[in-house]
Design a protein around this ligand. Sequence first.
Ligand SMILES: [Fe+2]
Ligand SMILES: [Fe+2]
Length: 304
Amino acid sequence: MVKDNLKITRDIHSINGKLLVSKNDQVDTDRIEEISKEVIVTSRVWVKLKESFLFNDFYLQTQSPPYNFFCKKCGEQLILNIFGSVAVPVSILEEYHFMRIKDDYTYRHSINSALLTICMATQFYEDRQKINQIASSSITHDLGKSRIPSNILHSSQPLTEKDYSLIKEHTIYGAVLCSYYYGNPYSENTIVALQHHEKLNGKGYPLSIRLKDDVVSFVAVADIFDALISKRPYRNEPYDVRGAIDILCQSVERGEIDEKYIKMMIHLNRREPESLLKISYSKVYRGYYPRINYYGIRREIYCS
Ligand SMILES: [Fe+2]
Ligand SMILES: [Fe+2]
Protein backbone atom coordinates (compact mmCIF):
# COMPACT_ATOMS: atom_id res chain seq x y z
CA MET A 1 0.00 0.00 0.00
CA VAL A 2 2.76 2.45 0.94
CA LYS A 3 5.85 1.66 -1.12
CA ASP A 4 7.87 4.74 -0.42
CA ASN A 5 8.67 6.20 2.93
CA LEU A 6 6.27 9.02 3.63
CA LYS A 7 7.57 11.93 5.63
CA ILE A 8 5.73 13.49 8.53
CA THR A 9 6.75 16.51 10.54
CA ARG A 10 4.74 15.88 13.73
CA ASP A 11 4.50 13.11 16.32
CA ILE A 12 1.19 11.23 16.09
CA HIS A 13 -0.50 10.08 19.29
CA SER A 14 -3.67 8.09 19.78
CA ILE A 15 -6.60 9.82 21.53
CA ASN A 16 -5.33 8.27 24.78
CA GLY A 17 -1.85 9.72 24.38
CA LYS A 18 0.03 6.67 23.07
CA LEU A 19 2.81 7.66 20.67
CA LEU A 20 2.09 5.83 17.41
CA VAL A 21 4.62 7.43 15.08
CA SER A 22 7.27 9.98 15.87
CA LYS A 23 8.25 12.61 13.36
CA ASN A 24 11.54 10.82 12.70
CA ASP A 25 9.94 7.43 11.97
CA GLN A 26 9.62 6.07 8.44
CA VAL A 27 5.96 5.63 7.52
CA ASP A 28 5.69 2.77 5.05
CA THR A 29 3.69 -0.45 4.73
CA ASP A 30 5.75 -2.21 7.40
CA ARG A 31 5.22 0.60 9.92
CA ILE A 32 1.47 0.80 9.22
CA GLU A 33 1.24 -2.99 9.67
CA GLU A 34 3.16 -2.81 12.97
CA ILE A 35 0.82 -0.07 14.25
CA SER A 36 -2.23 -2.24 13.53
CA LYS A 37 -0.91 -4.87 15.97
CA GLU A 38 -0.21 -2.48 18.82
CA VAL A 39 -3.67 -2.16 20.35
CA ILE A 40 -4.69 -4.86 22.83
CA VAL A 41 -7.48 -6.70 20.98
CA THR A 42 -9.65 -7.20 24.09
CA SER A 43 -9.74 -3.44 24.66
CA ARG A 44 -11.16 -2.80 21.17
CA VAL A 45 -14.86 -2.33 21.94
CA TRP A 46 -17.13 -1.64 18.95
CA VAL A 47 -20.28 0.47 18.96
CA LYS A 48 -22.96 0.98 16.31
CA LEU A 49 -23.30 4.60 15.19
CA LYS A 50 -27.05 4.41 15.91
CA GLU A 51 -26.11 4.37 19.61
CA SER A 52 -23.76 7.36 19.37
CA PHE A 53 -23.99 11.17 19.34
CA LEU A 54 -22.95 11.10 15.66
CA PHE A 55 -26.31 9.60 14.72
CA ASN A 56 -28.27 12.58 16.02
CA ASP A 57 -26.05 15.02 14.11
CA PHE A 58 -26.33 12.83 11.02
CA TYR A 59 -30.11 12.80 11.33
CA LEU A 60 -30.20 16.64 11.53
CA GLN A 61 -28.19 16.83 8.30
CA THR A 62 -30.63 14.49 6.53
CA GLN A 63 -33.29 17.13 7.26
CA SER A 64 -31.23 20.16 6.11
CA PRO A 65 -30.94 21.51 2.57
CA PRO A 66 -29.40 20.54 0.22
CA TYR A 67 -28.67 17.15 1.88
CA ASN A 68 -32.37 16.44 2.52
CA PHE A 69 -32.98 16.44 -1.25
CA PHE A 70 -30.34 13.73 -1.83
CA CYS A 71 -31.69 11.64 1.06
CA LYS A 72 -35.27 11.84 -0.19
CA LYS A 73 -34.11 10.78 -3.63
CA CYS A 74 -32.30 7.68 -2.28
CA GLY A 75 -34.77 6.89 0.52
CA GLU A 76 -34.30 8.72 3.81
CA GLN A 77 -34.92 5.68 6.01
CA LEU A 78 -32.46 3.59 4.00
CA ILE A 79 -29.73 6.25 4.39
CA LEU A 80 -30.38 6.47 8.15
CA ASN A 81 -30.35 2.66 8.50
CA ILE A 82 -27.05 2.34 6.66
CA PHE A 83 -25.35 5.05 8.73
CA GLY A 84 -26.80 3.72 11.98
CA SER A 85 -25.67 0.16 11.33
CA VAL A 86 -21.99 1.08 10.84
CA ALA A 87 -19.93 -0.26 13.75
CA VAL A 88 -16.86 1.67 14.89
CA PRO A 89 -14.26 1.11 17.61
CA VAL A 90 -15.20 3.19 20.66
CA SER A 91 -11.96 5.17 20.26
CA ILE A 92 -13.34 6.54 16.98
CA LEU A 93 -16.22 8.06 18.96
CA GLU A 94 -13.70 9.58 21.36
CA GLU A 95 -11.82 10.99 18.35
CA TYR A 96 -15.02 12.55 16.98
CA HIS A 97 -15.97 13.93 20.37
CA PHE A 98 -12.57 15.65 20.42
CA MET A 99 -12.94 16.81 16.80
CA ARG A 100 -16.39 18.26 17.46
CA ILE A 101 -14.85 20.54 20.09
CA LYS A 102 -11.63 21.37 18.24
CA ASP A 103 -12.84 21.68 14.66
CA ASP A 104 -16.58 21.74 14.20
CA TYR A 105 -16.22 22.17 10.43
CA THR A 106 -14.27 18.91 9.91
CA TYR A 107 -16.68 17.12 12.25
CA ARG A 108 -19.72 18.23 10.22
CA HIS A 109 -17.88 17.72 6.95
CA SER A 110 -17.17 14.10 7.97
CA ILE A 111 -20.89 13.53 8.57
CA ASN A 112 -21.92 15.30 5.36
CA SER A 113 -19.35 13.42 3.28
CA ALA A 114 -20.63 10.15 4.74
CA LEU A 115 -24.20 11.14 3.84
CA LEU A 116 -23.25 11.98 0.23
CA THR A 117 -21.06 8.89 -0.14
CA ILE A 118 -23.86 6.63 1.14
CA CYS A 119 -26.27 8.23 -1.35
CA MET A 120 -23.81 7.58 -4.21
CA ALA A 121 -23.08 4.03 -3.05
CA THR A 122 -26.79 3.09 -2.90
CA GLN A 123 -27.04 3.92 -6.60
CA PHE A 124 -23.96 1.91 -7.53
CA TYR A 125 -24.02 -1.19 -5.31
CA GLU A 126 -26.70 -3.59 -4.16
CA ASP A 127 -24.46 -5.42 -1.70
CA ARG A 128 -25.39 -3.94 1.68
CA GLN A 129 -22.12 -5.07 3.26
CA LYS A 130 -20.15 -3.18 0.61
CA ILE A 131 -22.28 -0.06 1.15
CA ASN A 132 -21.67 -0.30 4.91
CA GLN A 133 -17.91 -0.52 4.33
CA ILE A 134 -18.02 2.58 2.15
CA ALA A 135 -20.11 4.41 4.74
CA SER A 136 -17.64 3.50 7.46
CA SER A 137 -14.58 4.64 5.50
CA SER A 138 -16.17 7.95 4.48
CA ILE A 139 -16.73 8.95 8.10
CA THR A 140 -13.05 8.51 8.97
CA HIS A 141 -11.57 9.94 5.75
CA ASP A 142 -10.37 13.16 7.46
CA LEU A 143 -9.58 11.71 10.88
CA GLY A 144 -5.99 12.94 10.53
CA LYS A 145 -7.17 16.58 10.35
CA SER A 146 -7.60 16.53 14.12
CA ARG A 147 -3.79 16.47 14.42
CA ILE A 148 -3.33 19.66 12.34
CA PRO A 149 -2.99 22.91 14.35
CA SER A 150 -6.23 24.92 14.58
CA ASN A 151 -4.66 28.17 13.36
CA ILE A 152 -3.88 26.45 10.02
CA LEU A 153 -7.24 24.67 9.76
CA HIS A 154 -9.17 27.86 10.50
CA SER A 155 -7.04 30.30 8.53
CA SER A 156 -9.05 32.89 6.61
CA GLN A 157 -6.04 33.73 4.42
CA PRO A 158 -4.12 31.76 1.77
CA LEU A 159 -1.69 29.29 3.37
CA THR A 160 2.10 29.30 3.11
CA GLU A 161 3.73 26.41 1.23
CA LYS A 162 4.86 25.02 4.59
CA ASP A 163 1.35 25.13 6.12
CA TYR A 164 -0.13 23.55 3.00
CA SER A 165 2.35 20.68 3.05
CA LEU A 166 1.51 20.14 6.73
CA ILE A 167 -2.22 19.96 5.88
CA LYS A 168 -1.40 17.32 3.27
CA GLU A 169 0.06 15.16 6.04
CA HIS A 170 -3.48 14.60 7.40
CA THR A 171 -3.77 11.70 4.94
CA ILE A 172 -0.81 9.89 6.54
CA TYR A 173 -1.95 10.71 10.10
CA GLY A 174 -5.41 9.37 9.23
CA ALA A 175 -3.98 6.11 7.86
CA VAL A 176 -1.85 5.66 11.00
CA LEU A 177 -4.84 6.30 13.30
CA CYS A 178 -7.21 4.03 11.33
CA SER A 179 -4.64 1.21 11.17
CA TYR A 180 -4.29 1.45 14.96
CA TYR A 181 -7.98 1.73 15.91
CA TYR A 182 -9.32 -0.80 13.38
CA GLY A 183 -6.36 -3.15 13.87
CA ASN A 184 -6.13 -3.53 10.12
CA PRO A 185 -3.61 -1.82 7.83
CA TYR A 186 -5.65 -2.79 4.75
CA SER A 187 -9.17 -1.84 5.88
CA GLU A 188 -11.17 0.52 3.66
CA ASN A 189 -10.84 3.06 6.50
CA THR A 190 -7.04 3.05 6.33
CA ILE A 191 -6.94 3.09 2.52
CA VAL A 192 -9.53 5.87 2.13
CA ALA A 193 -7.85 8.02 4.81
CA LEU A 194 -4.54 7.67 2.96
CA GLN A 195 -5.72 7.99 -0.65
CA HIS A 196 -8.74 10.32 -0.74
CA HIS A 197 -6.66 13.20 -2.19
CA GLU A 198 -5.15 11.07 -4.97
CA LYS A 199 -6.28 11.80 -8.55
CA LEU A 200 -7.06 9.72 -11.63
CA ASN A 201 -4.09 11.34 -13.45
CA GLY A 202 -1.65 10.68 -10.60
CA LYS A 203 -1.36 14.36 -9.62
CA GLY A 204 -2.74 14.02 -6.10
CA TYR A 205 -1.06 13.31 -2.77
CA PRO A 206 0.53 11.76 -0.70
CA LEU A 207 1.52 8.85 -3.00
CA SER A 208 0.77 10.43 -6.42
CA ILE A 209 -0.76 7.14 -7.58
CA ARG A 210 -3.36 6.93 -10.35
CA LEU A 211 -6.63 6.66 -8.43
CA LYS A 212 -8.87 3.96 -9.92
CA ASP A 213 -10.53 2.55 -6.81
CA ASP A 214 -14.34 3.08 -6.75
CA VAL A 215 -14.64 3.29 -2.97
CA VAL A 216 -11.91 5.92 -2.58
CA SER A 217 -13.30 7.82 -5.58
CA PHE A 218 -16.82 8.00 -4.11
CA VAL A 219 -15.42 9.50 -0.94
CA ALA A 220 -13.09 11.82 -2.88
CA VAL A 221 -15.96 13.25 -4.96
CA ALA A 222 -18.31 13.59 -1.95
CA ASP A 223 -15.43 15.25 -0.08
CA ILE A 224 -14.84 17.93 -2.75
CA PHE A 225 -18.56 18.53 -3.31
CA ASP A 226 -19.26 19.02 0.40
CA ALA A 227 -16.25 21.32 0.88
CA LEU A 228 -17.53 23.53 -1.98
CA ILE A 229 -21.13 23.85 -0.74
CA SER A 230 -20.12 24.51 2.91
CA LYS A 231 -19.17 27.71 4.72
CA ARG A 232 -15.39 28.06 4.96
CA PRO A 233 -13.31 30.73 6.72
CA TYR A 234 -11.33 31.63 3.59
CA ARG A 235 -14.29 32.67 1.40
CA ASN A 236 -17.29 34.89 1.95
CA GLU A 237 -19.92 32.28 1.02
CA PRO A 238 -20.25 28.73 -0.33
CA TYR A 239 -20.65 27.69 -3.97
CA ASP A 240 -24.19 26.79 -4.88
CA VAL A 241 -24.87 23.18 -5.91
CA ARG A 242 -24.55 23.97 -9.62
CA GLY A 243 -21.28 25.86 -8.98
CA ALA A 244 -19.92 22.83 -7.12
CA ILE A 245 -20.91 20.56 -10.04
CA ASP A 246 -19.09 22.98 -12.40
CA ILE A 247 -15.90 22.66 -10.34
CA LEU A 248 -16.18 18.85 -10.40
CA CYS A 249 -16.68 18.96 -14.19
CA GLN A 250 -13.50 21.06 -14.50
CA SER A 251 -11.68 18.33 -12.54
CA VAL A 252 -12.96 15.78 -15.07
CA GLU A 253 -11.59 17.94 -17.91
CA ARG A 254 -8.18 18.05 -16.20
CA GLY A 255 -8.21 14.24 -15.97
CA GLU A 256 -8.41 14.24 -12.16
CA ILE A 257 -11.75 12.43 -11.74
CA ASP A 258 -13.53 9.79 -13.82
CA GLU A 259 -16.67 11.25 -15.40
CA LYS A 260 -18.87 8.41 -14.09
CA TYR A 261 -18.64 9.78 -10.53
CA ILE A 262 -19.71 13.26 -11.59
CA LYS A 263 -22.65 11.74 -13.43
CA MET A 264 -23.66 10.09 -10.17
CA MET A 265 -23.54 13.43 -8.38
CA ILE A 266 -25.56 15.08 -11.16
CA HIS A 267 -28.04 12.20 -11.00
CA LEU A 268 -28.45 12.80 -7.28
CA ASN A 269 -29.28 16.43 -8.01
CA ARG A 270 -31.93 15.75 -10.67
CA ARG A 271 -35.61 15.76 -9.82
CA GLU A 272 -36.58 13.48 -12.71
CA PRO A 273 -36.30 9.70 -12.24
CA GLU A 274 -33.69 9.35 -14.99
CA SER A 275 -31.51 6.28 -15.59
CA LEU A 276 -27.97 6.77 -14.34
CA LEU A 277 -26.63 5.02 -17.45
CA LYS A 278 -28.33 7.48 -19.81
CA ILE A 279 -27.51 10.68 -17.98
CA SER A 280 -26.15 13.60 -19.99
CA TYR A 281 -25.33 17.11 -18.85
CA SER A 282 -24.49 20.55 -20.19
CA LYS A 283 -20.83 21.54 -20.11
CA VAL A 284 -21.75 25.22 -19.93
CA TYR A 285 -20.71 26.49 -16.53
CA ARG A 286 -23.58 28.38 -14.98
CA GLY A 287 -23.21 27.93 -11.24
CA TYR A 288 -22.72 30.56 -8.56
CA TYR A 289 -19.16 31.05 -7.30
CA PRO A 290 -18.19 33.02 -4.17
CA ARG A 291 -16.93 36.55 -4.89
CA ILE A 292 -14.17 36.42 -2.26
CA ASN A 293 -12.13 33.23 -2.05
CA TYR A 294 -8.66 33.03 -0.49
CA TYR A 295 -8.31 29.27 -0.93
CA GLY A 296 -4.80 28.41 -2.08
CA ILE A 297 -1.18 29.08 -1.33
CA ARG A 298 0.28 32.47 -0.41
CA ARG A 299 3.23 33.62 -2.46
CA GLU A 300 5.96 34.10 0.10
CA ILE A 301 8.16 37.17 -0.06
CA TYR A 302 11.73 36.51 0.98
CA CYS A 303 13.85 39.40 2.24
CA SER A 304 17.55 39.19 1.55
FE1 LIG B 1 -8.88 15.28 3.37
FE1 LIG C 1 -12.52 15.87 3.56
